[in-house]
Ligand binder design. Structure first.
Ligand code: GTP
Ligand code: MG
Length: 684
C-alpha cells in the first residue's frame, strides 16, 4: 500500500479531466504512443486518436463520451479514462471519478478557461481525489507562463506548486527543469526529452523555484521546514516522499508542463503518476468498500454497442472476476458475464480473469447500469456511490422520422438513458410528444445522432410544446340545447349552465343544482362529460381551467333524450358561452435559480429583461465563494434555450434549475402570437 517512503504498485486507474478542448484526448494518445500501446500517435484533427473513436466524437471533433485505454508503463498496468471536457457531457466524468486512484487535470494558460477549471477541481476536491495539473500546449505558450500560479491558483482550494519550470530559447519554450529531480531537459519531438547540464542563469532560476516548491511542501512537514530554515539541503528521497504523500493526501497539487501534441513532458508525467498515484487499497477505503468484501466492482460506464450488445466498463475493487460469473447489484441480478475485455478505446481484446485494481469491460451484463456497484456471490454490497445527474437544462421534442420506428425509438431512448442518466425522457400525453431533456444543445444533438447511428432510428426534433391554458374573466348563464328531428327517433337535450371564473389553480369544478328533475339524474354525468370535453379546446384553442360550471336548469324529452344528446347539449353551452366570458390566455411561470460567478451577475440582469423574467433577488451562493444565485420568475416559453445565453455569459460555467410556480395571464402581442401559432398548427 502507498505510504510515505514506499510507492504504490499494482494496476492503477487515472482520469484525464480538464476544461473543454484542453488536450485530454491528445494527451491520452501521447501516453499510449509513449508507452508503446500504439505504434503511431494519431491526432484529433485527422480523426485517428484512440479516444473519441465514436462516429459522433469524430464528427464533432470533441469528446462526447468517456474513452478508456489500458497500457503498461515500466511493467505496471495503467488505465486512462479520457473524460469529455464539455460541461454538457460532464456526467460521464462525474460517474467515473469515484473509482479512479487519481486525476490528471489537463489545462491551459487561458484565462477564459479558469472558471471551468475551478468547477472540475471542485469536483475532485469534494470527492477527495488526488490530482496533478498538466499545463498543456506549452508549444504555444509565451513568457507569460511565469504567471501560471497567479492565473491558476484561484481555481484551486488546495495549494498549487510548480513542479517544473520552462526553459526558453528566445520566446519559445524548449525544455524544462524538474525541480524535484534538479535536472534540466530539452524537449525532443515525439521522443523522450534529453538531459542537459543545469548551469548558469538556469541554475539560479531553478534554485529560487525549487525553494518555493519546498516551502509549499514544508507547510505540511515540520522537519523539512527546519531544514529549510537551517539552510540544509533536504535529501532527494525526502522531497519525493513528501511530494507523493502530500499529493495523495490532497494537500498539494503539482503542476507539470508539456505539449501533448508533440509528446513533450509526457514521460515525466507518467513517472510522476507511477510514483505518486495511490493504489487500489487507498481508493477502496476512500469510497467505502467493506473490508473483507468478496468480489466488488464499480460500473464506470455502461454502453450499448451497435453489434456487441451491452458492455459494462468496471473497476475491480476487491477480489477477482472470472469469466461467466454472475453479478448482483444492490437492487437486482445484473446478469452473467460473457467475456472480459481489455480496452483500447473502441478496440476490445478478450482476456482472462480480471484482478483487483484492473479496469476492464464485461460483456452482456444486461441489468448493470452506469454507477452500479456489482458483487459476486449471494450478498450484494450496498451501493458505493450514486452520482446524481445534474438537472436538465434544455429539452426537445423528439419523434421517429418514420412511424414504424415508434416502438424502436422508445427502446433506444431507454438504452441511452441507462448509459447516460443525465439524459431523461418524459411522455407528454396531452401534446402527444416525447420530450428529451439534457445538458445542452450538443448533448441533445449527439443523443439524436446516436439514435440514428447506433440504434438505426432516424429522428426529427422540434421545440417542445408549452403547456398554455386559458381561462375566463367573467361569468355568464348560458343555455345549450341539442335538438334534432330526423325521421324516427329524435335527439333532445337541453341544459342551462352558470359559468364562472375561479381563482388561479382551481382547475375545473362541476356542480349540479337541478331541482324537480328537469334534467333527469342519469343524464347529469353526460352533461358533465360534454362540458369537460368542450373545455379541452376553449375559444383561444387551449384547455380551459379555473372555471366553475353549475348546471342550473334544463329540460328533457321522454323518448328523444339520451346520454349522447345531453353530452352535446353540455358541449354546446360551453362553446357558445365561453367566447362571451372574456377568455384570456394563461402561461406557465417558472421559478428559476441561476448560479453564476459574481462577475457575470450583472449580465444576468440584462438577460432576464430580454426574456420577460422578473428578478426576485440576488444572493451569494452558499459554499461557493465568488458565486451568486439569481432568483427569477420567468415564463416557460422564455426559458427554452436560456442555458445557451447563461453559458455564453459565464465562460460556460453558469447554470440554472427551475420548477413550475404558477399560471399567469398573458396579454397583448405576445398572447396574439401564441394564439395565432396555435391556430396555424391546428390548421396544418
Ligand atoms: N498546440 C497544441 N495544440 C494541442 C495540444 N494538445 C491538443 N491540442 C489541440 O487542441 C485541440 C483539442 O484537443 P483534444 O485532445 O481534442 O482536447 P480535449 O481536451 O480532449 O477536448 P474535449 O474532450 O472535447 O474537451 C485539438 O485541436 C488538438 O490538436 C498541444 O499540446 N499543443
Ligand atoms: Mg477529448
Amino acid at each position: 500500500m502507498a505510504q510515505n517512503g514506499t510507492r504504490a504498485t499494482g494496476p492503477r486507474c487515472v482520469a484525464l479531466v480538464g476544461p473543454f478542448q484542453s488536450g485530454k484526448t491528445t494527451l491520452m494518445e501521447a501516453i499510449l504512443a509513449r508507452t508503446g500501446a500504439i505504434a503511431r500517435q494519431g491526432t484529433v484533427e485527422a480523426g485517428t486518436t484512440v479516444g473519441d473513436g465514436s462516429k459522433e466524437a469524430r464528427h464533432h471533433r470533441m469528446s462526447v463520451e468517456l474513452s478508456v485505454a489500458t497500457t503498461t508503463f515500466m511493467d505496471e498496468t495503467f488505465t486512462f479514462l479520457d473524460c469529455p471536457g464539455s460541461v454538457e457531457f460532464a456526467h460521464d466524468m462525474r460517474a467515473a471519478l469515484p473509482a479512479v486512484d487519481a486525476a490528471v487535470v489537463v489545462c491551459e494558460m487561458d484565462e477564459k478557461k479558469v472558471p471551468q477549471l475551478q468547477l472540475i477541481l471542485r469536483e475532485l476536491e469534494d470527492q477527495k481525489i488526488p490530482h496533478f495539473l498538466f499545463l498543456n500546449k506549452i508549444d504555444k505558450a509565451t513568457s507569460t507562463i511565469h504567471d501560471v500560479l497567479a492565473l491558476l491558483q484561484p481555481a484551486s482550494r488546495c495549494k498549487l506548486l510548480l513542479r517544473q519550470i520552462p526553459t526558453f530559447a528566445g520566446d519559445i519554450i524548449t525544455g524544462f527543469v524538474d525541480l524535484a529531480l534538479e535536472r534540466a531537459f530539452v524537449y525532443k519531438e515525439h521522443a523522450p526529452s534529453e538531459v542537459v547540464p543545469l548551469e548558469g542563469e538556469m541554475l539560479d532560476h531553478e534554485k529560487t523555484a525549487r525553494f518555493s516548491m519546498l516551502e509549499t511542501l514544508a507547510d505540511h512537514d515540520d522537519e523539512l521546514m527546519e531544514q529549510l530554515l537551517g539552510d540544509v539541503q533536504p535529501p532527494a528521497d525526502k522531497v519525493f516522499d513528501d511530494l507523493g504523500k502530500e499529493v495523495r493526501d490532497g494537500l498539494v497539487c503539482p503542476i507539470l508542463l508539456g505539449s501533448a501534441i508533440r509528446t513533450n513532458g509526457v514521460l515525466r508525467l507518467l513517472k510522476a503518476i507511477r510514483h505518486e498515484v495511490p493504489d487500489i487499497a487507498t481508493t477502496v477505503k476512500r469510497i467505502g468498500v467493506k473490508p473483507g468484501a468478496d468480489c466488488v466492482a464499480y460500473v464506470l460506464k455502461s454502453l450499448h454497442t451497435a453489434h456487441g450488445g451491452k458492455m459494462s466498463i468496471v473497476r475491480v475493487l476487491s477480489g477477482q472476476i472470472p469469466d461467466s460469473s454472475t453479478f448482483l447489484t444492490p437492487e437486482r441480478e445484473a446478469g452473467r458475464v460473457a467475456g472480459i475485455f481489455k480496452l483500447l478505446g473502441q478496440t476490445t481484446e478478450k482476456r482472462g480473469p480480471a484482478a483487483v485494481g484492473e479496469t476492464i469491460a464485461l460483456g452482456k451484463l444486461d441489468h448493470a447500469n452506469t454507477g452500479d456497484t456489482l458483487t459476486l456471490g449471494k450478498h450484494a454490497h450496498p451501493p458505493l456511490v450514486r452520482t446524481a445527474p445534474l438537472p436538465p437544462v434544455l429539452s426537445i421534442a423528439i419523434g421517429a422520422k418514420e412511424r414504424k420506428d415508434d416502438v424502436k425509438l422508445g427502446q433506444a431512448l431507454h438504452k441511452l438513458i441507462e448509459e447516460d442518466p443525465s439524459l431523461s425522457v418524459v411522455h407528454n400525453a396531452e401534446a402527444h410528444e416525447v420530450v428529451a431533456s439534457g445538458q445542452g444543445e450538443m448533448h441533445l444533438r449527439v443523443a439524436s445522432e446516436r439514435l440514428a447511428d447506433r440504434f438505426g432510428v432516424p429522428v426529427a426534433t422540434r421545440k417542445p410544446t408549452v403547456g398554455y391554458r386559458e381561462t375566463i374573466k367573467k361569468g355568464i348563464v348560458q343555455r345549450g340545447r341539442h335538438k334534432k328531428q330526423s325521421g324516427g327517433h329524435g335527439q333532445y337535450g337541453d341544459v342551462v349552465v352558470d359559468i364562472k371564473p375561479l381563482p388561479r389553480g382551481s382547475g375545473f369544478v362541476f356542480t349540479d343544482e337541478i331541482k324537480g328533475g328537469v334534467v333527469p339524474r342519469n343524464y347529469i354525468p353526460s352533461v358533465e362529460e360534454g362540458v369537460a370535453d368542450a373545455l379541452k379546446h376553449g375559444p383561444l384553442g387551449f384547455q380551459v381551467v379555473d372555471i366553475a360550471v353549475k348546471l342550473i336548469d334544463g329540460s328533457y324529452h321522454t323518448v328523444d333524450s339520451s346520454d349522447m344528446a345531453f353530452q352535446l347539449a353540455g358541449r354546446l353551452a360551453i362553446h357558445e358561452g365561453l367566447p362571451q366570458c372574456q377568455p384570456v390566455l394563461l402561461e406557465p411561470i417558472y421559478q428559476v435559480e441561476i448560479v453564476c460567478p459574481s462577475e457575470a451577475t450583472a449580465k444576468m440582469n440584462a438577460l432576464m429583461s430580454g426574456r420577460r423574467g422578473q428578478i426576485l433577488g440576488f444572493d451569494t451562493r452558499e459554499g461557493w465563494p465568488g458565486w451568486d444565485v439569481v432568483r427569477v420568475q420567468m415564463p416557460e416559453t422564455e426559458i427554452g434555450d436560456l442555458i445557451v445565453e447563461v453559458r455564453s455569459a459565464t465562460a460556460g460555467v453558469g447554470s440554472y434549475t427551475c420548477k413550475f410556480d404558477h399560471m399567469a395571464e398573458v396579454t397583448g402581442r405576445t398572447a396574439e402570437q401564441i394564439v395565432a401559432a396555435k391556430k396555424a398548427a391546428a390548421a396544418a
